[in-house]
Design a protein around this ligand. Structure first.
Ligand code: NAD
Length: 498
């Protein structure tokens, strides 16, 4: 059986400890992945430390050239990468290609690093004094990534970190590690020196070694909120810069004037695409007025019944399986809990079976109506194909509901009313907002991040914030007095004011 190795200092490094990787469409173990122990992680960190001085001193334009070649290699290898994502995650090939393309956009942005690192310059800030700020790399930085975007989320991190002159250790999800591994392996072919990019697989022990290692200067984490919070507090207590992106409960508000057919169509993709395993998935539709709710439910029901569900490796489907048996059971548990707590399950996907794939982890589309704010299915992230309808009386009630929720990743408003849209975008306490755009994932040249318990740290992921996250500012003031110029001791604080 194929063994996915670590990638340390440009070499494949086997481990005697391994974890099973399963194809969620069949339930079969298809690969083994190395399970990184303390010594593996320390070896990767040492390789990254050794590679840092030369990489830091490599001109940004030369670092950018590696990113240009990397982008080309990603495009050339797209078919193989998509297959790895679909095989281990279970998302459809079309969806996997979408995530790869969004990942490549981050590489394209990193190609502009000479411009992004240009710094700031001021001539003559004082008599004969010039000042500038530049942005220097931090050293060795690390990334820890979730299962749900095995190709894209790592690409949010290391292209920019490396382009800025840092060296990197990545710990991908152990549930679907092949795509992250195969993507990172292309960097060697793109001409990246050995040791600049390293991949260590595994679970908690690997992560904790990264968190405690003195040499690691910054950590980017993406995953569930409890783990994000723990990573943030341990990493920052150890003196590291940390950004930790967590879970979500994303609401779409539907106003009575919205184009219902359009809203329902886009909601279907946003709620059930990738089987609901997206941190930006819409999991709550907040309908203003009972009539809006009745009409929306009526429009959604036949679309949910028509969802094409099957093995992630097949083309032309809407949805694959959930990622693991454990996760499927957790999602089923939430559905049962929702029924018990009195919500009305108007579309029930629990009994779905896929012919020929009876051991796959499939759950069909589910729709709950009359969900109340104190129910667990409303409060918690389910991360499955479950959409909840909450009925409210006004836009203000809808906004209050969203602002009261502990998560603040993404949200969307469906309306034709510009004034309502402006009020919503101004006052909603959520990091990423759409108007008639249910998945408002920012493009690579903006930055991605939620508010409240969806992000711990100050800076968002990728885009302009990532340049700031992966560098530290240095401000230099410089004066070259002529030898004849008289100087004298100045005891008062220097200022330009008269
Ligand atoms: P997860 O938190 O279980 O795992 C994320 C990473 O942390 C993995 O690499 C895993 O090995 C590691 N990990 C897990 N438990 C750990 C522990 N106790 N100690 C140290 N490391 C640990 O998340 P997941 O199930 O892989 O991904 C789904 C979650 O990620 C969802 O909550 C989703 O909302 C969130 N997510 C958020 C964003 C975002 O941008 N906000 C993006 C994608 C996914």
């Amino acid at each position: 059986m194929e063994h996915i190795t670590h990638l340390i200092n440009g070499e494949s490094v086997k481990s005697e400890h391994t974890l099973a990787v399963t194809n969620p469409s069949t339930g079969e173990v298809i690969r083994q992945v190395a399970e990184g122990r303390r010594e593996d992680v320390e070896r990767a960190i040492a390789a990254a430390q050794a590679a840092f001085p030369a990489w830091r001193d490599t001109p940004p334009a030369k670092r950018a050239q590696v990113m240009y070649r990397f982008k080309q290699l990603l495009e050339d290898n797209a078919e193989r990468l998509v297959q790895l994502v679909s095989e281990e995650h279970g998302k459809t090939p079309e969806d996997a290609l979408g995530e790869l393309k969004r990942g490549i956009e981050n590489v394209e942005y990193a190609c502009g690093v000479p411009e992004l690192l240009k710094g700031e310059y001021s001539h003559n800030v004082g008599p004969g004094i010039d000042a500038w700020s530049n942005f220097q790399p931090l050293g060795v930085v690390a990334g820890i990534t979730p299962f749900n975007f095995p190709a894209m989320v790592p690409l949010w991190m290391y292209p920019m970190a490396i382009a800025c002159g840092n060296t990197f250790v990545l710990k991908p999800s152990e549930k679907d590690p092949s795509a992250a591994h195969a993507v990172a392996a292309l960097l060697k072919e793109a001409g990246l020196p050995d040791g600049v990019m390293n991949v260590v697989h595994g679970g908690r022990e690997a992560v904790e070694t990264l968190l405690d290692a003195k040499a690691i200067k910054a950590i980017s984490f993406v995953g569930s909120t409890p783990v994000a919070e723990a990573i943030y507090s341990r990493g920052t207590a150890n003196g590291k810069r940390v950004q930790a992106l967590g879970g979500a409960k994303n609401h779409a508000v539907v106003l009575p004037d919205a184009d219902l057919e359009n809203a329902a169509n886009t909601l279907m993709g946003a709620a059930f695409g990738s089987c609901g395993e997206r941190c930006m998935a819409i999991s709550v539709a907040v309908c203003v007025g009972d009539e809006t709710a009745d009409r929306l439910v009526e429009t959604l029901l036949p679309k949910i019944a028509a969802l094409k569900v099957g093995p992630g490796t097949d083309k032309g489907l809407d949805m694959g399986p959930l990622v693991t048996a454990e996760h499927r059971d957790k999602v089923l548990g939430y559905i049962e809990e929702g029924v018990r707590s009195g919500a009305k399950l108007v579309a029930d996907g629990r009994e779905l079976t896929v012919k020929g794939h009876e051991n796959g982890y499939f759950v069909g589309g589910c729709l709950f109506d009359h969900v109340k704010r104190d129910m667990r299915i409303y409060q918690e992230e389910i991360f499955g194909p479950v959409l909840c309808v909450v009925r409210v009386g006004s836009l203000d009630d809808a906004m209050q509901l969203i602002n009261d929720h502990k998560y603040g990743n993404g949200t969307c408003l469906f309306t034709r009313d510009g004034e309502a849209a402006r009020r919503f975008t101004d006052a909603i306490e959520v990091g990423m907002v759409g108007v008639n755009v249910p998945l408002p994932v920012p493009v690579a040249y903006h930055s991605f991040g939620g508010w409240k318990r969806s992000l711990f740290g100050d800076l968002h992921a990728y885009g302009p914030d990532s340049v700031r996250f992966y560098t530290r500012r240095k401000a230099v003031s410089q004066r070259w007095p002529s030898v004849s110029e008289a100087t004298r001791a100045e005891f008062s604080f220097p200022a330009n004011q008269n």
